[in-house]
Design a protein around this ligand. Structure first.
Ligand code: BT5
Length: 241
């Protein structure tokens, strides 16, 4: 696939035929100028959070990693800023019903279409990586996955339009400063004001209501009985009834 719109937006673009992980490649190349980008449609060892995998068949998904400019206070917020950028870019190509789930998933109708992994590399730069499912020509990687082709007519220029929109939206959010960006996250995060199930690292889960995020992007949840819990990482499920 070609990425001319994306190339026009960034100081450095590496469009790889194949690579193990675009986040790992950026980490090896860093330091790089802000908004330097690595992209591939054949990622062979994509990483999720907490040692989990991001699975994709060749040419069925896009893996994109961007060097995010460091600004004070934006480190913790970066996954959510990237989330809003990816959400807007997915909506801009026609998947209007997409939603952002805390802390790093883009869902369409309860299924995951994109996931985000932000990392700080040894030289101190922040990398925001995103995997987007384009289509599943064989079978979906998990029962909870969806792809663009299930929601819009897939055309070859769509990945470039999506990637370039991600860059535009991320720049707008970062340039807005952390106060304004936090408010954009609040307005776009479908988890807020919703009943959720919180799944702890040990697999234990509990129910609550997501109330808000704080300035660092942590999720404020009220448990049954009124106790407030602030989550800085972990997994939540949206409850729909
Ligand atoms: C994520 O982790 O969702 C972060 C995914 C980030 C991938 C990008 S691709 C570019 C960059 N380079 C990398 O190496 N990584 C980043 P997490 O929230 O931990 O979710 C992982 C879980 O999502 C897995 O355990 C599966 O259950 C599920 N999953 C794996 N592949 C999927 C896919 N293609 N679509 C939907 N769900 C998937």
């Amino acid at each position: 696939m070609a990425f001319p719109l994306l190339a026009a937006q960034v100081p450095f673009l590496l469009d790889m035929e194949t690579t193990a992980s675009t986040n790992s490649l950026v980490s090896e190349l860093a330091p790089l100028p802000s908004y330097s980008t690595v992209i591939t449609t054949k990622q062979t060892a994509g990483r999720g959070r907490l040692g989990r995998e991001w699975l994709s068949e060749p040419n069925d998904s896009v893996a994109l990693s961007i060097v995010v400019p460091f600004q004070q206070n934006n480190l913790e917020l970066t996954p959510l800023l990237m989330g809003v950028a990816v959400l807007r870019a997915v909506r801009a190509i026609g998947v209007t019903q997409a939603e952002l789930k805390w802390p790093n998933d883009i869902l369409v109708g309860k299924r995951k279409i994109a996931g985000i992994l932000c990392e700080v590399v040894p030289c101190g730069q922040i990398i925001a990586g995103v995997g987007l499912n384009l289509r599943f020509r064989d079978k979906p990687p998990t029962g909870q996955a969806t792809s663009l082709a299930e929601h819009i007519t897939f055309e070859p220029e769509i990945p470039d339009r999506w990637a370039s929109a991600c860059l535009t939206e991320l720049r707008v959010l970062i340039d807005a400063g952390s106060h304004r960006a936090t408010s954009e996250v609040r307005q776009n995060l479908a988890t807020i004001n919703r009943r959720i199930e919180v799944v702890e690292f040990d697999g234990q889960s509990w129910l609550g209501r997501a109330e808000d995020i704080d300035a660092g992007g942590r999720l404020i949840v009220s448990r049954k009985g009124g106790e407030k819990v602030v989550l800085s990482s972990g997994d939540v499920r949206h409850l729909y009834q």
